[in-house]
Ligand binder design. Sequence first.
Ligand code: PLP
Length: 403
Amino acid sequence: MKIPQGSLEAPGAILGLGPSARSTVPAFIVMDVMEAAAAREAQGHKVIHMEVGQPGTPAPRAALDAVRRALDRETLGYTVALGLPALRARIAEHYRRQYGVHVSPDRVVVTTGSSAGFVLAFLALFDAGDAVGLPSPGYPCYRHILTTLGQAPAMIVTNAAGRWMPTADQIDDAARRDRIKGLVIASPANPTGTMLDGSRLADIVAACRRHGIWLIADEIYHGLTYGPHEETALAHSPDAVVINSFSKYFSMTGWRIGWLVVPERLVRPIERLAQNLYISPPTVAQVAAIGAFDGIDELEANKRVYAENRALLLEALPKAGLGRILPADGAFYLYADVSEFTTDSVAFTKEMLHDLGIAATPGVDFDAERGSRYVRFCYAGTTADVAEAARRLGGWERLRRVG
Ligand SMILES: Cc1ncc(COP(=O)(O)O)c(C=O)c1O
């Protein structure tokens, strides 16, 4: 066959080669909003970023100092696949200090962000075709990672009556109807910010035990609560698989470092997967993470800013007309029902960006069915920006127009 010259893509197209079916995973829409915001900034407009769930602050100084020292003195080669022993020990110590729960460092697996933790956990726990219960609304990548791995998300549609968290009855139903092998929960949750109290968590643990279902608890927003205290699933079950990260409370999104706590019998299978898939988590980020535990005062100061921003928005949004906000116990999000104004949250957030220079995320990322009636605001930026956003929303003519 004669292959045409001049285009790198042409030969594959001629041979009928194309991407795999599994790679047709949907986009993470918040990233598309970021792109639209960046295009507006490139035209010289100021944009207030309330779309991406990340702190506006850098890693704590103690983390940066640890890295500076390591850059001068260490080779920073691969580490063992489960992570630096000193970091695993420091994470185990975190459970003792923070929750009074004993966790052996041997059960801690350091990962490339919690995102890699999900891949490792889903591969270690489930086979292709296995169904896994996911709350809706919820973080979209759970769904997308599962489908990419050939596993089957089974959506559990939460509601106001259940405080936007799966109930034990719903888990019973999903176990019977969808034969789920696992359940993912997040408390505080993204996008709602709602939390499970201790008794709800105990009910969920009991339901999972009843049906022989793995519980995967995404605790990435732990440390960011504004009233109720968060409980780790490990306090209720040594069999829970806990996923956490340095991205949010520790203000280290770009360092790509997180961790799992898993039952002992999963450590070796996950170690083998991690060796083959990633070799080891980034060494420099592991060094930073050890240092981050000495930066708690700075991180608590960041959290006070989020608390102030949250209070400011909880007062300003209802005055602006956005009064239907889900109970925001933690994380750094407000999830607002905008159905009085639109049935198309994607178009609505585009108007918001165009008219006000505020980037927010349409709910369709988090909830395929009802998300077109919701918008998520992230308040992890500066208080000056959040106050300015509140002022602009207060004067937005669009919020006086119904439909
Ligand atoms: C609920 C939840 N889990 C996991 C992640 C992934 O975070 P990372 O991979 O940075 O740890 C995010 C990111 O926004 C999230 O909101």
